[in-house]
Design a binder for this molecule. Structure first.
Ligand code: ADP
Length: 536
């Protein structure tokens, strides 16, 4: 894999820039060998087998402090070298550490790995971008701090990197970007800024009162290309006394309407303040008789499935609900959930066993069987998702992940629309049953497509996802997150009033970053000189 130079930059100019960057970070930390470049590609690249089109950086530079980041940005402006900041670059399925545009230099922040503060009583932490979930977990345990972090599955990556791409987890702070309170940012002109209360010298409220005063700008840095985050505060969860995973099912296909309406209100009033997913115990059953009936029905409701569900005691829809907190609070919440869902005739409930903390940390098993839940849900980062799943056996996958309102009508409409779209595209396997409830009263549908060694197949799945993005947009659905190859398509769908939102982003981009050096193309936001071109 040969590195690519930034567009419009000669080899000589690039070498001169590299020497200047070496003066800042040391010669060992500007990485331009082909071998080094290989580590900054997307491990799940949807261009596998088609190297001509793959997004390949010109190199990487790895600073240790914000001052160095400022100096790097100044040099990048001088030589017009685009930079793609990553924290630890583990964003698999959404681009890994590779930039959107070949020739962009990766700004690798993983050497900035200090936990700067953990305040146990006020339950927040201030960290640098290179602090991984594993680092932070060890820090909390080593210092015997009784707070939980919220980690994603897999539990790798970093607090800041995952949040910057709107990653998700399990607890009340599962919206990782939403859990940020206070940022330090290097702007595209090299200036250092702090958001919210951090702008007030001497303030102790930087990581507890995010607004400070005036317009709140921190959200603009999520999925954006307006700044490089060098520190961020995160809300933490005080270590709960206990956790429990309970199960609910409702019998009939048409119950989905009432069930999702009830679950929405339980989320909206914070009775349920953890992530959950709607599944179908019936459609996902491994019972051979049911599997055959599902095949016969094409995954659609049928009298035969209704009968089998009744006979075998499997609900058409179901979920597990994960609670954490004091046992008496969990018990009370569960009673309330049962009372509400009992409005649906035939609803069934099963309470799981309690895990008490810190006593039971070692008793939580990997996986989500029976009473267990993902280790990540109880603060323990884990890589178990890579074992036994498709991800470990293929070359990875790409996600198409539209977000829909949490209602039965929307869910059934989405199933119909995407089933037809899959059929039109000649994809046999329609792999979506329910949806993931990470963001308040919404469901995220995750359609996964495996990457293979066959360039033609990979080109086809890229085309397929682009088509699915359009189909979704035609129906009022957008994606919450996407890999660089689809960023233009996803942003194009958010088109209200002749793309007023994208034009707003572009206005800000031009004002803050006139040389267009920061992450060109991130979220479909291009600098002026590259705008309007069809970028590969
Ligand atoms: P993780 O550390 O969890 O593996 P990544 O480093 O892959 O996450 O980051 C995901 C994406 O978020 C990157 O591709 C980049 O666009 C953005 N990003 C990550 N860290 C920063 C940062 N410190 N400042 C600005 N954007 C960032």
């Amino acid at each position: 894999m040969k590195r690519r130079l930034p567009p419009g930059v000669s080899a000589k100019q690039f070498q001169a820039a590299v020497r200047r960057l070496q003066d800042v970070v040391g010669s060992g930390w500007v990485l331009t060998d082909d071998l080094d470049i290989g580590t900054y590609l997307d491990a799940y690249t949807p261009f596998r087998g088609d190297e001509a089109d793959e997004y390949v950086p010109s190199g990487a530079v790895a600073p240790t402090e914000a001052r160095q980041v400022q100096q790097i940005v100044t040099i990048a402006n001088e030589y017009k070298i685009p930079l793609w900041p990553i924290s630890t670059g583990r964003n698999l399925g959404y681009g890994g550490s590779a930039p959107r545009m070949s020739g962009t230099m990766v700004l690798d922040l993983k050497r900035m790995d200090r936990v700067l503060e953990v305040d146990e009583a006020r339950a927040y932490a201030l960290v640098e971008p290179g602090v991984s979930y594993f680092d932070f977990y060890r820090y909390l345990r080593d210092h015997k701090l009784k707070v939980w972090l919220d980690c994603p599955d897999p539990g790798w990556g970093s607090l800041i990197g995952n949040a910057m791409d709107h990653g998700v987890g399990h607890t009340a702070f599962r919206d990782h970007f939403g859990a940020i309170c206070g940022m330090e940012v290097v702007l595209p002109n090299g200036e250092l800024m702090r958001t919210g209360s951090g702008a007030l010298p001497g303030s102790k409220a930087w990581n507890t009162f995010e607004y400070g005063y005036g317009p709140h700008v921190a959200p603009m840095f999520g999925q954006g290309n307006f700044g490089i985050v060098t520190k961020a505060g995160f809300y933490l969860l005080p270590e709960p006394e206990a956790a429990r995973s309970d199960h609910i099912s409702v019998p009939r296909h048409e119950d989905v309407h009432q069930f999702l309406d009830i679950m929405s209100t339980l989320v909206a009033d914070f009775t349920i303040d953890t992530s959950w997913s709607l599944t179908s115990p019936l459609l996902t059953s491994q019972d051979p008789e049911i599997k055959a009936a599902v095949m016969r029905s094409g995954g659609e409701p049928s009298a035969e499935l209704d009968r089998l569900g009744r006979e075998k005691g499997l609900g058409y829809w179901g979920t597990r609900v994960y609670f954490n907190g004091a046992p008496e609070v969990i018990d009370a919440k569960w009673e309330y959930v049962k009372r509400r869902v009992s409005a649906i005739p035939g609803a069934k409930f099963r309470a799981g066993n309690y895990f008490h903390f810190p006593k039971d940390y070692d008793n939580v098993k990997e996986g989500m069987d029976g009473d267990h839940f993902a280790k990540e849900a109880v603060d323990i980062p884990s890589l178990s998702i890579f074992t036994g799943t498709g991800a470990s056996r293929s070359h990875g996958h790409i996600f198409f992940s539209p977000i829909i309102a949490m209602s039965g009508e929307e869910l059934l409409r989405a199933r119909k629309v995407f089933k037809k779209a899959y059929k039109d595209l000649g994809i046999e396997h329609y792999n979506q049953v329910g949806g993931w409830a990470w963001f308040r009263c919404n469901l995220i549908l995750l359609y996964v497509q495996a990457i293979t060694d066959d360039a033609e197949h990979n080109a086809k799945i890229r085309k397929n996802v682009k088509h699915l993005v359009k189909v979704a947009a035609d129906n009022g659905w957008g994606e919450y997150r996407t890999a660089p190859v689809f960023m233009d398509d996803v942003m194009a769908a958010y088109s209200f009033n002749n793309h007023a939102l994208l034009r707003y982003h572009e206005t800000i981009k031009d004002a803050l970053d006139p040389n267009g050096i920061l992450a060109p193309g991130r979220s479909g936001i291009w600098p002026k000189h590259l705008r309007g071109r069809t970028m590969p």
